[in-house]
Write a protein of this length. Structure first.
Length: 352
RNA sequence: UGGGGCGUGGCCAAGUGGUAAGGCAUCGGAUUUUGGUUCCGACAUUCGGGGGCUCGAAUCCCUCCGCCCCAG
C-alpha cells in the first residue's frame, strides 16, 4: 500500500514539481491548495484565485486528487496578527517563519493527517532527513532559515524533494519535462499577501496613520521627520527621505519617544554586534552543546558565521545568548537567528 | 554702516573661459518566499536675478537680491 502524501501546492513551480516527482516515486498523492489569504488590497488584487487554478491545473495534469483547505481565519490570527503586533511593538517580525511554524507544518499537517494522509510534502528548498532539518543542495535558494521552528515530529511527516536539486534550472527543466502549466511561472517573492503593495502600505492600511516624529543623527541633531517609527527597521537605508552627503542607516528607535536614530558612519558601534540574546528558543532535535562551535545565520541568505551557544536547559521557549566569531551588521529585534551544525539546522530563536 | 565670504538640481558638493563630476534623497528595474541589505538605470539645456566683455562663461566685469562672518 503506497503512502498517502498530501502536497501543499501553492500554484508555483516548486510545489508543482514536488507533486510530480512524488507521484512518479510511487506515492499516493493528493494536491492541496491552502487558502490563507484572499483579501484584495488598495492597488493590488489578491492572486489567490489564479494560484488556486494553477495548482488545480497541475493536479489535473498529474491525474491526482485535489482539494482546498481554507485556513484564512487561522492565518489571520497566527500570522498576520502576530506580524501586526510585532510592528506595533517596534520590532521587525518575520511572518514567513510563523507561517511555516503555525500553518504549513502544524495546521496543514494536522488537517492532512486527520484527513487520511500519512505525510505531507512541500516545495521548500530544504531537506527533511529522519526528523532532522538539513540545508538544501541549492545553497543559493536554501530556505531552512524560514523553517527552524518546525518540530522534529512534523519533519518526520514531511517530504521536501526540491531540496535535493542544486539549481533552480533543474527544477524548471523538470517542470517542462512534465509539461506542467506552471513551468514558466515567475517565482513568487515578498510576503504572499502583501505582494507588490509593500509592507509600509500594508501596515498603513491595517494600522492607519502613525504619529510623526523626528529622525536624529549620530551627533544628536534632528535631521528630518518620519511618518511613524514602526515603519523603520535597524539597518534600513532607503525611505528615510533625508539626504545630503553620505547615506543614512537606521541604528535604532525609541518607540516611547517616537524617535528614529540614524548614522552615516558604517562603523558605528550601534550598527555592529557579535553578541545576541535570543528568546523563544526552538531546538529541533536536541539542545546544542555549549562547548561546540556552530554556525549562525541572522537573516535570510546571509552568510553563516561561526558561533558559540550559551548553556541552555530547555528545548523550547527559553533564552540563550550567542557569541559570534565576528561582528555582524544590523542585528534586528524580532528577526530570527538560526543555528547550524554544518548542514543540519539545530534551531534558533528570536533576537531580543 | 564699513571689511571679508558665499549663493550650482530636494540636500551635500566638484568645477575659475570651452560648452554642468560625484554622493545623498527620489523614481523605475534586478536580486530576494519576512523586514532590510545589495545591484542596475533615470534624474540641472542649466549654475540667486538682470546687464556686459568674449567665437564661447557657472567660471571675467557691473549691478540688484539673499545668507554668513568680523568689525562697530
Amino acid at each position: 500500500m503506497a503512502k498517502k502524501v498530501f502536497v501543499g501546492m501553492s500554484g508555483g513551480v516548486d510545489s508543482s514539481v514536488t507533486a510530480a516527482l512524488l507521484r512518479d516515486q510511487g506515492y499516493d498523492i493528493t494536491g492541496v491548495y491552502m487558502k490563507n489569504w484572499s483579501k484584495d488590497l488598495p492597488g493590488m488584487i489578491c492572486p489567490w484565485k489564479e494560484d488556486y487554478q494553477d495548482a488545480k491545473r497541475v493536479a489535473v495534469q498529474l491525474g491526482i486528487p485535489f482539494k482546498m483547505y481554507d485556513f484564512q481565519t487561522e492565518y489571520r490570527q497566527r500570522v498576520v496578527d502576530y506580524m501586526l503586533g510585532g510592528y506595533k511593538a517596534g520590532i521587525t517580525p518575520n511572518p514567513d517563519i510563523m507561517c511555516n511554524q503555525e500553518i504549513k507544518f502544524k495546521l496543514f499537517l494536522d488537517t492532512a493527517l486527520s484527513d487520511g494522509a500519512d505525510m505531507i510534502a512541500t516545495g521548500h528548498y530544504a531537506r527533511s532527513v529522519d526528523g532532522e532539518l538539513h540545508t538544501a543542495a541549492n545553497v543559493e535558494k536554501d530556505q531552512t532559515y524560514f523553517l527552524y521552528r518546525v518540530t522534529e515530529d512534523a519533519l518526520q511527516h514531511s517530504l521536501m524533494p526540491i531540496g535535493e536539486f542544486e539549481t533552480k534550472a533543474e527544477v524548471r527543466s523538470l517542470a517542462k519535462k512534465f509539461s506542467l502549466a506552471t513551468a514558466e511561472k515567475k517565482d513568487s517573492q515578498g510576503i504572499c499577501f502583501v505582494g507588490k503593495v509593500g509592507i509600509k502600505d500594508f501596515l498603513l492600511h491595517e494600522l492607519g496613520q502613525q504619529p510623526f516624529g523626528v529622525i536624529i543623527n549620530q551627533d544628536g541633531v534632528i535631521i528630518g521627520q518620519h511618518d511613524g517609527a514602526i515603519f523603520y527597521t535597524i539597518g534600513q537605508r532607503h525611505g528615510l527621505d533625508v539626504g545630503g552627503g553620505l547615506p543614512y542607516y537606521v541604528i535604532g528607535k525609541d518607540m516611547a519617544k517616537n524617535e528614529v536614530y540614524v548614522t552615516t558612519d558604517l562603523q558605528d558601534k550601534n550598527l555592529w554586534s557579535k553578541n545576541l540574546q535570543l528568546s523563544n528558543i526552538h531546538w529541533i532535535n536536541g539542545i546544542p552543546e555549549p562547548t561546540k562551535t556552530y554556525q549562525v545565520r541572522t537573516r535570510y541568505r546571509a552568510p553563516l558565521i561561526p558561533c558559540k551557544v550559551s548553556p541552555c536547559k530547555t528545548k523550547k521557549d527559553g533564552e540563550v545568548s550567542i557569541l559570534l566569531s565576528e561582528e555582524v551588521r544590523a542585528i534586528t529585534p524580532g528577526q530570527s537567528a538560526v543555528i547550524y551544525d554544518d548542514n543540519r539546522v539545530l534551531g534558533g530563536g528570536v533576537v531580543i
